[in-house]
Design a protein around this ligand. Structure first.
Ligand code: ADP
Ligand code: MN
Ligand code: MN
Ligand code: MN
Length: 351
C-alpha cells in the first residue's frame, strides 16, 4: 500500500468566469491498477468558493477523472472532480453534468470528436510577460511562432507545461507562440492516435487539468497565465479557444463535406445561443479584426481566419474531416462549448 497525495481539483462558482480550486487529501492506494473508485468522495467549504451560503456550506467533491501527478511524481495523483449538492445532485455551477446528459441523449453512432486550441497570455504582475514597464513592444508581426529572446517570452514555462501534460497522459496535440507577444497556445484533443478516445467529456476533462497544470507551474516562476479574451485593448490580438469538431458522418470519406455543410447551417441558425456560452467579454475580441468575425455576424468559409466557422483548407480539398468554430473566447468553459456544439450539430443530424 502507498500513501498518495491526491490533489482534488474542482471548478468554483466565480462569475462571470469560473476558476479552479484544489486541495490535497492523503489516500491509501494499492499498487494494483488504480481506478476511479479508489478515490473517495470529499467535501469543501462552498461559502468560500461562491458556491454556497455560510450556514449551509458543505458541498461534495466527486472524482470523475484522474491522472498521475507529473509535478509530485509517483505515487501521487490529480483528481478532477464534479461538485455535488449534499443530496448528490449536480451543483448549479457543475457544467460537466449537463455535458454528460447531452452525450447520453445522442446516438452513439454519431461519435463526436473534439479538439480545443487554448490560447492564453502570460503576465508578470500587471504587464504581459516580455512587455516594457511603460508603453508597448514593437507592433505584431514577428512574434507568432517566433524564436529568439526578443521574439518570445516564457518558453521555459511553456515547455515545462507541455512535458507535464505528456507525463500526465493528457491528449496534448501541440503548442505555439501566438501573434501578441507573451501570448501562447496549446491544443488538447483529437490527435489521430487510434487507441485514444477524443470524446467531448474526456477532452474537456483534459483541458481543465491542463489549465490547472499551467497555473500551478506558473507559481514556480511568479508568472500567471490569464484567459481574458482581450487582455490588451487596441491593435493586439485577443485570446480565443478555437474548437474543432467532427462527427462520424463528417469524417466519412464518401460525403463528409455534406455533413460539414449541414452542421454549419445548424450553427448559423443558433448563433446567438452559442455566443451566450462562449465566454464573458467576448464582444471585445469578436470585432471583425485580428482574425475574427464580428460577434453580430455568422460567416463561414474555407481557410478563412476572419470567419466564425472555418473549414480548414485540407478538409475542403479532401472532402471530409472537421470544422473549426473560431468564436469561443479563451475563458469559455469547455464543458459548455462542447455541450452546445453536440446539441446543435448532433441534435440537428438526428432530426
Ligand atoms: P489551427 O490551424 O487552427 O491553428 P491547430 O493546428 O492549432 O489548428 O489545431 C488543430 C486542432 O484540430 C487540434 O485541436 C486537433 O485536436 C483538432 N482536430 C484535428 N482533426 C480533428 C477531427 N477530425 N475532429 C475534431 N478535431 C480535430
Ligand atoms: Mn492553432
Ligand atoms: Mn491560435
Ligand atoms: Mn485555430
Amino acid at each position: 500500500m502507498n500513501l498518495s497525495q491526491v490533489t482534488y481539483i474542482w471548478i468554483d462558482g466565480s462569475s462571470p468566469t469560473q476558476t479552479l480550486r484544489s486541495k490535497t487529501k492523503i489516500v491509501p492506494l494499492f499498487e494494483k491498477a488504480v481506478t476511479l473508485k479508489d478515490f473517495p468522495q470529499w467535501n469543501f467549504d462552498g461559502s468560500s468558493t461562491y458556491q454556497a451560503a455560510g450556514h449551509d456550506s458543505d458541498l461534495t467533491l466527486q472524482p470523475v477523472c484522474f491522472v498521475q501527478d507529473p509535478i509530485l511524481g509517483q505515487p501521487n495523483y490529480l483528481a478532477l472532480c464534479e461538485v455535488l449538492n449534499p443530496d448528490g445532485t449536480p451543483h448549479i455551477s457543475n457544467k460537466r453534468a449537463h455535458l454528460v446528459k447531452v452525450m447520453e441523449h445522442i446516438a452513439k453512432s454519431q461519435d463526436p470528436w473534439i479538439g480545443f486550441e487554448q490560447e492564453y497570455t502570460l503576465f508578470n504582475g500587471q504587464q504581459p510577460l516580455g512587455w516594457p514597464d511603460r508603453g508597448y513592444p514593437a507592433p505584431q508581426g514577428p512574434f507568432y511562432c517566433g524564436v529568439g529572446a526578443d521574439e518570445v517570452f516564457g518558453r521555459h514555462l511553456v515547455e515545462q507545461h507541455a512535458q507535464a501534460c505528456m507525463d500526465a497522459n493528457l491528449m496534448l496535440y501541440g503548442i505555439n507562440a501566438e501573434v501578441m507577444p507573451g501570448q501562447w497556445e496549446f491544443q488538447i484533443g483529437y490527435r489521430g492516435i487510434e487507441t485514444e478516445s477524443a470524446d467531448p467529456i474526456t477532452v474537456c476533462d483534459h483541458l481543465w487539468i491542463a489549465r490547472w497544470l499551467l497555473y500551478r507551474l506558473g507559481e514556480e516562476y511568479g508568472i500567471s497565465a490569464k484567459l481574458h479574451p482581450k487582455p490588451v485593448k487596441g491593435d493586439w490580438n485577443g485570446a480565443g479557444k478555437h474548437t474543432n469538431f467532427s462527427t462520424k458522418a463528417m469524417r466519412d470519406p464518401k460525403n463528409g463535406i455534406d455533413a460539414i455543410n449541414k452542421a454549419i447551417k445548424a450553427l448559423e441558425a443558433r448563433h446567438k445561443e452559442h455566443i451566450a456560452v462562449y465566454g464573458s467579454d467576448l464582444e471585445l475580441r469578436l470585432t471583425g479584426k485580428h482574425e475574427t468575425a464580428s460577434i453580430h455576424q455568422f460567416i463561414a468559409g474555407v481557410g478563412n481566419r476572419g470567419a466564425s466557422v472555418r473549414i480548414p483548407r485540407p478538409v475542403a480539398s479532401k472532402g471530409y474531416g472537421y470544422l473549426e468554430d473560431r468564436r469561443p473566447g479563451a475563458n469559455a468553459n469547455p464543458y459548455e462549448v462542447a455541450a452546445i456544439l453536440v446539441e446543435t450539430i448532433c441534435g440537428d443530424a438526428e432530426k
